[in-house]
Design a protein around this ligand. Structure first.
Ligand code: AMP
Length: 407
């Protein structure tokens, strides 16, 4: 479907063209007409599907064309992380470039200057406010945020926000909004608690489901069965052996991130780290360097696994097995974006084997196990025998029974 078919204002069409979009993605095809028609919406859509533009485009169009008050904040987009807030704000800037729609990102970790700017915008009224829950709540408590004319509320990555414990903050914000408004809720997964939240917030919502908990078929997946102590040597070996240009390594703890980065730097790899102990400015700087490819290797905690849109990563390494299948799909989904191919390696230690089996089950195929180079020593065996006490599922297939291609 072409963007010309949505009936967007010409100024918005120019922004779409300048962003290089031609055809709408499936999520955009479904979501945009519903938002334009004023419906509340619950959508399960993951990052990479074009979901951000799916809500920003009709939102910008409505703000341009529908009458609204000037001295109030018109739309609130609530997101789980600073990085996502910044990314959506950049998206917003690109798409609304030829319009007079104003926007601001409001997130924690900034300096006093950022706070003054946010206060000014929120008390004067920005068209679109993109915020993290805690920071927005702090501003609202101070009493100057103009919300009397707010017409649109968007919750993005709602499942992630609940996982991060933001439910009360979100409800606090919502309780300060006018009752009559349009609500959109996006979530990668739809657990019961999301449905309950949706019932509290949405009014007769339309439902859109574009969720895919299967990895992109262009990602070449491999797993290495190792002892914990072999993980760092294996990272070094793989980076040396192959000539990857842009590598993102996920670890499940800050300690592992720091240790691995230190070791890589010692071995003269151009690597840096990103995690929540770093100042916001440093995080942004590292991310920018990685995005611009000046930094080839980035070691990160889960903070980057969802929502962040970095193109052209050749390799994702799961230094630790992700918590669950959805996380696995999100993490390896950082590679093979757009038309490019990508590789994803997962290191599976003995205590992580059960978790990895569960992931293979969710994605519906067995990830090939690659040999670990002899020089790294003997490796543990991979115990694929399902145990009822753990999996509770006797019908779980043995590896050979799965097709190798993701379904
Ligand atoms: P998202 O799922 O919102 O994180 O978007 C993933 C990527 O797809 C971003 O880089 C967007 O700029 C890009 N994108 C979104 N919509 C389109 C489209 N219709 N055509 C081409 N690229 C798009």
């Amino acid at each position: 479907m072409k963007f010309t078919e949505f009936g967007f204002d010409q100024r918005l069409m120019e922004g779409i063209e300048a962003s290089g979009y031609e055809d709408a993605t499936p999520v955009q095809e479904q979501v945009i007409p519903l938002v334009m028609a004023g419906r509340d919406l619950i959508a399960s859509a993951q990052t990479g599907t074009g979901k951000t533009a799916a809500f920003l485009l009709p939102l910008i169009n409505k703000i341009i064309t529908d009458p609204h008050e000037d001295h109030t904040n018109n739309a609130l987009v609530i997101v789980p992380t600073r990085e996502l807030a910044i990314q959506i704000a950049q998206h917003m800037e690109g798409l609304s470039y030829f319009t007079s729609v104003s926007s601001i990102a409001v997130y924690g970790g900034g300096d006093g200057n950022a706070f003054v700017q946010e206060k000014k915008a929120l008390s004067h009224g920005a068209d679109v406010v993109i915020c993290t829950p805690g920071k927005m709540m702090a501003h609202i408590k101070m009493g100057y945020v103009k919300l009397n004319g707010l017409k649109y509320l968007i919750l993005d990555e709602a499942d992630r926000m609940l996982d991060m414990g933001f439910f009360d903050d979100i409800m606090f914000i919502i309780n300060h909004l006018p009752k009559k408004r349009q609500n959109l809720l996006f979530s990668a997964t739809m657990p019961q608690k999301i449905r309950e939240m949706a019932r509290k917030i949405l009014h007769e919502p339309a439902e859109v489901n574009i969720s895919i908990s299967k990895p992109n078929e262009r990602i070449k997946q491999e797993a290495f069965i190792v002892y914990d102590t072999q993980k760092i040597p294996l990272v070094k070996y793989l980076l040396q052996k192959h000539n990857f240009k842009s590598v993102l390594i996920f670890c499940s703890s800050k300690i592992s991130v720091k240790q691995l980065t230190r070791d890589l730097k010692r071995a003269k790899f151009l690597a840096d780290e990103i995690h929540s102990d770093l100042e916001q400015e440093k995080r942004e700087d590292v991310l920018m360097q990685f995005k611009s490819r000046r930094l080839p290797i980035l070691v990160a905690t889960d903070i980057l696994s969802r929502g962040i849109d970095i193109d052209n990563i050749d390799l994702v390494i799961n230094y630790d097995v992700p918590h669950d299948g959805e996380d696995y799909v999100h993490r390896i989904g950082r590679t093979a974006r757009a038309e490019a191919d990508g590789t994803a390696y997962t290191f599976v230690s003995q205590k992580e084997q059960r978790k990895f089996l569960a992931i293979e089950k969710l994605i519906g195929n067995v990830v090939p196990k690659s040999p670990v180079p002899e020089e790294l020593g003997e490796t543990p065996s991979y115990n694929t025998t399902p145990s009822r006490s753990h999996s509770g599922n006797r019908s779980f297939k043995k590896p050979g029974q799965f097709r190798n291609k993701p379904r």
